[in-house]
Design a protein. Structure first.
Length: 82
């Protein structure tokens, strides 16, 4: 089974995956990257610490295969007082 590496970017913070995980194919690795990005955002977005999380998937040779990104934008609407 192929080994995939999942590097995490949370704002300016970068965490490289040195171990990797085995998945049947790139589609399975993509699903894992999407689920991981969503799970991380659930924990970090409400604290206001991070507004974007990206997980880059690469192969054993270090070639980047895909990036799954989750971001949040908050736009406040200022109402005029009557």
């Amino acid at each position: 089974m192929p080994r995939f590496y999942f590097d995490i970017c949370e704002g300016p913070e970068f965490i490289a995956d040195d171990e990797g995980s085995e998945y049947a194919d790139l589609d399975a690795a993509e699903r894992e990257a999407v689920l991981a990005a969503a799970e991380l955002s659930k924990d970090r977005f409400p604290t206001g610490r991070v507004r974007e999380i990206a997980i880059g998937v690469r192969d054993r040779a270090g070639q980047r295969l895909l990036t799954a990104t989750v971001s949040m934008q908050i736009e406040r609407v200022h109402l005029l007082s009557e």
